[in-house]
Ligand binder design. Sequence first.
Ligand code: KIV
Ligand code: ZN
Length: 497
Amino acid sequence: MSDRLFIFDTTLRDGEQVPGCQLNTVEKIQVAKALEALGVDVIEAGFPISSPGDFNSVVEISKAVTWPTICALSRAVEKDIDAAAEALKYAKHKRIHTGIGTSDYHIKYKFNSTREEIIERAIACVKYAKKYVEDVQFYAEDAGRTDNEYLARVVEAVVKAGATVVNIPDTTGYCLPEDFGKKIRYLKENVKGIDKVTIATHCHNDLGMATANSISGILNGARQAEVTVNGIGERAGNTSLEEVAMIFKSHKLGIDTNINTQKIYSTSRLVSSMMNMPVQPNKAIVGRNAFAHSSGIHQDGVLKNRENYEIIDPKDVGIDETSIVLTARSGRAALKHRLHVLGVDLDQTALDRAYNDFLALADRKKDLNDDDILMLVGKSRGEKGRISIDYLQVTSGIGVRAVASVGINIAGEKFEAAASGNGPVDAAINAIKQIIRRKMTLEEFLIQAITKGSDDTGKVHMTVSYNGENYYGFGANTDIVAASADAFVDAINKFVI
Ligand code: KIV
Ligand code: ZN
């Protein structure tokens, strides 16, 4: 029988500490509900003493969420613990997370204290929290740089005081995986009563080792992983939820989580768009390129058998199809496959000719889109009733409502419309919607600059849902409103034929 690894999500606490990622209470409830559906065991909902907004979010999340334990953070300070307990009033399952720094750096320079005094404070905060709730988690901040023998004394003292979970954070992301694993093993072997409590890992990513350290800690006896969606968090971030969940799904290590992995991608998108935090394209599991194969050898291999180059089935994390990016390094098989998807099947001679033209074009243009490919073989999607923008004019500014007028060409027929919106992109999209009257929803909207500077080209990625399916659109232009409108129309072209 497998051991259970508890997933403690701190996206709404450690993740939300990132500048620019702040959410309001309604948004936090939406993320908390998504985390519940994803199957996390514990949601760290906030740090109630830090602000009335954080306090209120913990209250409202406690009301909205049923299954996961709701956790509130506090320092080893009575008024923090009072606030945490009060904020958790409505939680069906509640936990107070309290603690103090245990490394010599923290003891000396943060608290101007001594090791013995810190142990006393640790015991006191756990006992105080215990007056409110049964489930008390203690964190030994900067445990990563805390001497193991002293850490074991602290942990033994808080376990004796009633802690149910002991959190061993690598707060500064300093540890090496082997050392972090040894630290957990040391506690397992040297702390009286440790088998009655859960050991948690909480690793930061300053040296890019957060996930490796967490896994090492788990393999050495920890049974709770503290994580965030997309790995967001202080500085370089925290261990990412999706990486831990997929590692235990991919490797048979005798340890399972409760994560419904098929909800990983949608949760990642939700967190990224709500927190305005784009996911790096090459991010493991959830990055745009995580399942995109661009070299010819890889594309050919994947088309023959997905497992040649993919260790995870994209469907397992909720992504519909492996995306094959066509570049100068793509092979004939990839071109043939893309043409087939676009409805064009060529014989060998025609394919050879198209492939030569493709290589010539790919040398001049980095990524080739579907229109480029169809153009190469002398077909345009115009034959299929393709929609294009004839013109777009937008007025916007400070103190005025944005207004857009647009001319659209649908299979040679011209249409015009105007609309307003809460910004120029919204106005342009509303105007297009006046013409293309389908029940479609903009699911994802991401603008990226290609290089730097105000004369830069903006790239827009959009996902539009229609009839239960998601359609991806892309636009690039030095005018980001035009790029957005192009991306929207590009997506629409995939379902309006
Ligand atoms: O990184 C850290 O040490 C923390 C604690 C408050 C758990 O976030
Ligand atoms: Zn942290």
